[in-house]
Design a protein around this ligand. Structure first.
Ligand code: AVI
Length: 321
């Protein structure tokens, strides 16, 4: 007789997205992690945001890089390896690579492998002497560097875009500690940090007249509908974005315009009229408050560059050798 193996009938474990949606929509207040904005459509919408007249961060950061690339380069010795965290598009790294001395390797790290492989091919064509070694990984987790980057005498990290502002302060500290572990003794870290500024400027940047940020926010519901069998009606929710002065952060929410029930990931969720899903925080720092956060994670402030209006900063830190 053939013995049949018996497997208990079990539902498959929910994927990361499914599990996070189930958990977040069951919480009070409801919330969803901002990392799920970036499916293909969301990434395209974000690219459109960076070109909006009201969205100053990308233009400011690019201008700081163009103006101070040579000073930034002075912090990175010849033969170092440059690691870019969450690189996505490498247009900012290109400015640095043109200013830097010859490097052992450039390692763009991103969760989206397809995108960095493509960008790496384009970069190789423009910088033929550079070793470009993309790594597909979540930058908030520990990951191994390719051997040439490990073997380099020292490493420099680059985390542009103020993506660090989308982390809660304790998550930002954890990221900075992880970066210290990955980059090792003597490392330099250059971080793009959005600064505290007049509320009207912030409000306009996250409530653009063309409605692209609203579309970006609502795209999260489209993604739930498509990937998790959701029944969100997009015209029953509205983009809300405002500056929380006590916590120095822009908050983005999706507000339910009426009392309704929505199905998603096999569960049913009740919404009161006006109830919101909190979808993103974008923290704004002063040079001093971010310096204090970085010091708490073991990094010593080395230099800061800002644009003329002091809207945005690039902050450099060193790790003891
Ligand atoms: C990616 N991140 C730095 C953007 C920000 O400004 O916080 C995401 C964004 N959300 C709305 N507009 C842009």
């Amino acid at each position: 007789m053939v013995a049949l193996a018996w497997f208990p009938l079990r539902q498959p474990e929910p994927s990361g997205f499914e599990a996070d949606v189930l958990e977040g929509l069951n919480e009070t207040p409801k919330r969803l992690p901002p990392k799920y904005f970036y499916d293909a459509a969301g990434s395209q919408l974000f690219e459109r945001i960076t070109a909006l007249p009201e969205y100053y961060p990308t233009r400011c950061e690019m201008s700081i890089l163009r103006e101070h690339g040579c000073d930034i380069a002075k912090l990175v010795p010849q033969g170092a390896a440059l690691i870019e965290f969450g690189s996505g598009s490498n247009k900012k790294a290109r400015i640095l690579l043109s200013a830097f001395p010859p490097l052992a390797a450039y390692v763009p790290v991103d969760i989206c492998g397809e995108m960095i492989e493509q960008e790496a091919r384009e970069l190789c064509a423009d910088f033929p002497a550079l070793k470009v070694l993309p790594v597909t990984a979540d930058v908030t987790q520990n990951f191994a560097l390719p051997l040439p980057a490990q073997a380099a005498p020292v490493r420099a990290g680059f985390f542009p875009g103020s993506t660090i502002g989308n982390f809660e302060p304790h998550e930002a500290t954890a990221f900075l500690r992880n970066a210290a572990r990955i980059l090792g003794a003597g490392a330099t870290l250059i971080v793009g940090v959005d600064l505290i500024k007049p509320v009207e400027v912030l409000h306009a940047a996250y409530n653009d007249a063309a409605g692209v940020t609203a579309e970006f926010n609502l795209n999260l519901l489209k993604r739930i509908n498509r990937e998790l069998g959701g029944t969100f009606k997009l015209d029953s929710f509205e983009h809300h974005s405002f500056y929380n002065r006590e916590r120095h952060r822009i908050e983005m929410h999706l507000a339910s315009l009426k009392r309704q029930k929505v199905r998603a990931a096999g569960a049913i969720f009740d919404f009161r009229a006006g109830e919101t899903i909190h979808t993103e925080n974008s923290y704004k720092y002063s040079v001093e408050s971010f310096g204090a956060l970085a010091r708490g994670a073991g990094w010593q402030p080395a230099a800061t560059w800002t644009d003329a209006r002091r809207y945005f900063s690039l902050q450099a830190f060193k790790l003891a050798g």
